[in-house]
Ligand binder design. Structure first.
Ligand SMILES: NC(=O)c1ccc[n+]([C@@H]2O[C@H](COP(=O)([O-])OP(=O)(O)OC[C@H]3O[C@@H](n4cnc5c(N)ncnc54)[C@H](OP(=O)(O)O)[C@@H]3O)[C@@H](O)[C@H]2O)c1
Length: 264
């Protein structure tokens, strides 16, 4: 499986609290069963805790899932990337990742991280690799170093209040054939009258309409630790907006100037 075959809505795993573990496992499993098979995690999340929780949730479902993890920039040297990946594989209880990402640009030379990704791919420990939080210039540089078709995705902030990727980054990713994965779809989520009216027309919830709107441009990985939230999000998998409904939402949530955000 690659990003072209991945369902438009998946599941994020940042900020899983310790006392949430059983609820999070139940939520992840409900998501797998509802078709949210793209699972996003990172060595950063809880210092590996999220990967351990996913391992417990996987059971015998591993083959049906698209599992993505990330190396922290501070570990992204030639050797450090390989050992970080091996640690993630151990915590996840699997022998391979479907995609492995550099979490955000750091100070290790990009050449070294990309060479380590190639080594991991050749060893069968990862099926593909990509980046996260890369702007268009650095993404072009990564694509040049890695070679055509090698960078599978760029995972970036994208929600109704932060649509800046639409102007430059999205066209750049399309030109380079790099999948875009949007994170934090519900950050500062506010249900405008326009969103509410589209939701009513479609018999959907506001969050489902938001996900369907964002999923036109980027794969979605909302994080939910409650089963009812996961099922709500899964309801967006097959929701389609008309051009007129899309235009109303675009007008209600205009693109704003980019702001700097902490990375997760
Ligand atoms: N690459 C990066 O630098 C980066 C940065 C940030 C995030 N990410 C990834 O993107 C994922 C998603 O982003 P995020 O965790 O920042 O936030 P998010 O998905 O935008 O929002 C998560 C919050 O929304 C709530 N929620 C989810 N579905 C809901 C629903 N249907 N109804 C009501 N509330 C709902 C969750 O509540 P409950 O938990 O109570 O269900 C949680 O409080 C992360 O988990 C992570 O995997 C990547």
């Amino acid at each position: 499986m690659n990003f072209a075959d991945v369902p438009r809505i998946g599941q994020g795993t940042w900020q899983i609290e310790d006392d949430d573990r059983p609820a999070m496992i139940a939520a992840l499993r409900a998501g797998f069963d509802a078709g949210l098979t793209h699972i996003d995690t990172a060595e950063l999340y809880g210092g590996g805790y999220a990967e351990e929780v996913i391992a417990e949730a996987l059971g015998d479902r591993r083959e049906r899932l698209f599992l993505v993890s990330k190396v922290m920039p501070s570990n992204a040297s030639r050797r450090g990337t390989v050992t970080a990946c091996e640690r993630s594989l151990r915590r996840l209880g699997t022998d391979r990742l479907d995609c492995y990402l550099l979490h955000w640009p750091g100070s290790e030379p990009l050449e070294d991280t990309l060479e380590a990704f190639e080594e991991l791919r050749n060893a069968g420990k990862i099926r593909a690799y990509g980046v996260s939080n890369f702007g268009e210039d650095l993404l072009r540089e990564a694509a040049r170093i890695a070679g055509p078709g090698k960078i599978a995705c760029n995972q970036v902030l994208y929600n109704l209040g932060e649509r800046h990727i639409e102007s430059k980054l999205l066209p750049a990713c399309r030109a380079l054939d790099i999948a875009v994965v949007g994170y934090s779809p519900f950050m500062d989520f506010k249900e405008s009258p326009a969103l509410r009216s589209v939701a009513t027309e479609l018999g959907a919830t506001g969050r489902q309409v938001a996900l369907a709107f964002l999923a036109r441009n980027a794969l979605q990985i909302p994080k939910a630790s409650r089963v009812d939230h996961v099922r709500d999000n899964a309801g967006a998998l097959h929701l389609r907006l008309t051009a007129e409904q899309t235009a109303r939402i675009e007008e209600a949530y205009p693109s704003k100037v980019r702001r700097q955000l902490p990375t997760a």
